[in-house]
Design a protein around this ligand. Structure first.
Ligand code: CMP
Length: 153
């Protein structure tokens, strides 16, 4: 299994409901390293750019309005198989379908306000990480951590 990075966002509902700490506790308990983190509020046009793949969906306007309504917490999470593991920890997009113990089961209100976001593939993770961070802050997926360690010894 490969060491991966994924983009995680704590959404306005979870921030408003004071769940940042609870969510980070779950992230760390699952062994993710929080490699980068900061908070910012997007303009609606920036939220639209970030979610461009949903531009033709009926929920697009509500989604971009919500995602630009208040600050977000943006994180790069790193772990073996991080992309799939973060999606498992988030739970199903619709919290009513999310497994017990997942973040959305515990902290999300609805499919529109579902507490967290995560990348869905290696390609999307790279695109989403570089939306918020400089490319050189994102891990080069071709590099193995073992060879880094060996080189520095
Ligand atoms: P997220 O993982 O951030 O990706 C797109 C978001 O659109 C999704 O979480 C949901 O919050 C929101 N959304 C609203 N309605 C739907 C829907 N029917 N299917 C998928 N996503 C939806």
């Amino acid at each position: 299994m490969a060491l991966e990075q994924t983009l995680a966002i704590i959404k306005p509902d979870a921030i408003k409901n004071k769940h940042i700490g609870h969510i980070i506790e779950k992230i760390e308990a699952k062994g993710f390293a929080i490699q980068q983190a900061f908070m910012l509020q997007l303009a609606q046009e920036e939220a639209a750019e970030f979610y461009h793949i949903h531009a033709d969906k009926p929920f697009f306007n509500d989604l971009t309005t919500f995602m630009s309504s208040a600050p977000l917490m943006i994180m790069i999470l790193e772990k073996e198989n991080a992309i799939a593991e973060w999606r498992t920890l988030m739970g199903a997009t619709n919290p009513s379908e999310a497994e017990a113990g997942t973040i959305r089961a515990e902290y999300a209100n609805s499919i529109d306000e579902n507490a967290v976001h995560g990348s869905d593939s290696v390609e999307t993770a790279f695109e989403e990480i570089t939306f918020f961070f400089d490319a050189d802050e994102a891990l080069d997926f071709e590099e193995t951590p073992e060879s880094d360690t060996a080189a520095s010894e």
